[in-house]
Design a protein around this ligand. Structure first.
Ligand code: F6P
Length: 381
């Protein structure tokens, strides 16, 4: 957990922000309401700021929809999943239904007489935010996504909750898989990064974890399953939705026009089941967890983390430090220029300590190159 911190308060400006808007964009995730509450309450209490909630992400800016959030509105929402102000993942103001509507966004920002806009979002939303700063909007970004794949920050809120949900699902699939002596495949979300699969796979005691970062050799996965079936009579395989076999393609579930990231992944778990059925005698079942990973109440970790991030972002606004994103590094909150998190994805590096632990534990990743990649296994000095 990041230590409780806030931007330097020793030289707080005397002219405080009078109106600040909050927007949540992209896919929802557990902890958004906690972050909204952290931003809003801190600004209300420290600077008596009026808070405006922009409805449904950037769509609300385009369609001029917003409402004042009172202190009362921001109370009692800490444990709620989703986002109280709504979100949207197809409303890119720079390319909305074939038109550039970014000027309209700036006009509405001016009309609302905002001192700043706090945007809580993932890569797509923060990238749009960065482009809007070029039009003269004061923006502070708060990173969120269950995928944990944003640059510059070691963690995003929503991730811990998603990992807990997947871990719980693996625990449940284990008992039924064990009873029927089956191979149980679990497909997780995460887009093109394997953070959820890796962490939940370890927490759930998976025998194989297949990541987008390392295309898998189906024969190695089959060997690991057959070996485990021989000794334990069941096996758990966790596969990230962005994983693919060597020389194969990622599985696309659908393509959503107008979305900043149009491709929706999904289906690799079922494909893996078919591939494995050719190479093992065991019965196999595949489960795709889907949006269950994004729903419901945030864990206590995500509640605290999102509150810290939101409150820190409010401190930046009060200090008039704009066009920044709040991040966590080395267990400390700090800020980086918004463009350093925009348009980028953070994958699992080969020397990631958790990945190295998993290798030390003999978990199969469907690749031999990982072990030979030059990254040292975790060993005491
Ligand atoms: O980025 C979060 C995420 O849940 C990904 O893990 C997943 O691939 C995608 O969003 C699903 O998007 P949608 O909700 O648009 O189907």
């Amino acid at each position: 957990m990041a230590s409780i911190s806030s931007p330097d308060q020793s030289h707080e400006p005397t002219n405080k922000p009078s109106r600040v808007a909050i927007l949540t964009g992209g896919g929802d995730c557990p902890g958004l309401n906690a972050a909204i509450r952290g931003v809003a309450k801190t600004l209300m209490l420290r600077a008596q700021t009026e808070i405006i909630g922009i409805e449904d992400g950037f769509l609300g800016f385009i369609e001029r929809r917003s409402r004042t959030l009172t202190y009362q509105d921001c109370s009692g929402i800490l444990s709620l999943g989703g986002t109280m102000i709504g979100t949207h993942n197809r409303a890119n103001p720079f390319d909305y239904m074939g038109e550039d509507r970014s000027r309209a966004v700036k006009e509405y920002y001016d009309e609302l007489a905002l001192d700043a806009l706090v945007i809580i979002g993932g890569d797509g939303t923060l990238s749009i935010g960065y482009e809007l700063t070029k039009l003269g909007m004061n923006i502070v970004g708060v990173p969120k996504t269950i995928d944990n794949d944003l640059m510059c920050t070691e963690r995003t809120f929503g991730f811990d909750t998603a990992v807990s949900i997947v871990t719980d699902a693996i625990d449940r699939l284990r008992t039924t898989g064990q009873s029927h002596q089956r191979i149980m495949i679990v497909e997780t979300m995460g887009r093109n990064a394997g953070w959820i699969a890796l962490h939940a796979g370890i927490a759930g005691g998976a025998d194989s974890i297949l990541l987008p970062e390392h295309p898998y050799d189906i024969n190695l996965v089959a060997d690991a399953c057959n070996q485990r079936m021989g000794t334990h009579h069941f096996s758990i395989v966790v596969i990230a939705e962005g994983a693919k076999p060597i020389n194969g393609e990622v599985c696309t579930r659908e393509t959503i026009k107008d979305s900043p990231e149009p491709t929706r992944l999904g289906g690799i778990g079922d494909q893996l089941k078919q591939q494995l059925e050719q190479l093992t005698d065991a019965e196999i079942r595949s489960t795709t967890l889907g949006h269950i990973q994004r729903g419901g109440s945030p864990t206590s970790f995500d509640r605290i983390f999102a509150t810290n991030l939101g409150s820190y972002a409010a401190g930046l606004v009060i200090n008039k430090q704009f066009n920044l994103a709040v991040i966590q590094r080395g267990n400390q909150l700090s800020e980086v220029p918004l463009d350093s998190v925009a348009h980028k994805t953070r994958n699992i590096p080969n020397d990631d300590p958790t990945l190295q632990t998993a290798l030390s534990m003999g978990i199969c990743f469907g690749t031999e190159t990982l072990l030979r990649s030059g990254a040292k296994l975790n060993e005491p000095e």
